[in-house]
Design a protein around this ligand. Sequence first.
Ligand code: 9D3
Length: 242
Amino acid sequence: MRVDVLTVFPEMLEMVFGYGVVGRARERGLIALKAWDLRDFAEGSYRQVDDTPYGGGGGMVMKPEPITRAIEAVSAECSPRRIFLSPQGRPFDQKKAEELAAGGSPLLLICGRYEGVDERVREGFVDEEISVGDYVLTGGELPALIVIDAVSRLLPGVLGNEDSAANDSFTTGLLDCPHYTRPPEFRGMRVPEALMSGNHDEIRRWRRRAALDRTRERRGDLLDRAELSEEDRRLMGRSPES
Ligand code: 9D3
């Protein structure tokens, strides 16, 4: 899958592309990532990408010409889905990540800086607008990395274990259960007996109950929407030993 990013800070993205699951997917040719420098599409000796806002007020607005030229350059290469990262966008979630990964079509992620981007860019050159949550950041670069990270790990062959993505919390609609490794006792805290029992059905039930209880405690909103089985209802709220 091909993902291009438009930004005034291409190094910021290139840095992160090299690491972990995404870095390995890139090395293996499963994902092609490229960060374009918006300044390369700006004119004049100052290569200005921003300008003062009509109507006055503080801050700067991104000029339409450099962004639009950059969008057209990438579009000519691969006809991507053109996604603008913005606080006004639809909230990003696992379902959107799955949709972007499943389509397999190229993505162009457009990052704004300053107070925003000239509205006319949105009108003719953007297919959709995505936010990563209700908090204020300083630009679209970290959101673009969030989208790349969430989408990359869903691409075929990227995760070693093929069903690890399918078993994600949010995919199953519940939070994850707690995890433990050796030693069996750490600073007075013991690993739950069920996990060391070797009884796979007991382990499965312990994990399911832990996920259900934790989801109820922390994210009642998720539990309301989850489809629960008869067994789930029985497991929930019982003590771990029962
Ligand atoms: C503080 C300025 N804001 C009100 C006048 C407007 C504003 C402009 C630009 C607020 C944030 C930004 C930069 N943010 C993004 O580009 C962004 C973002 C975010 O801030 N939160 C969640 N998702 C996203 S996606 C892109």
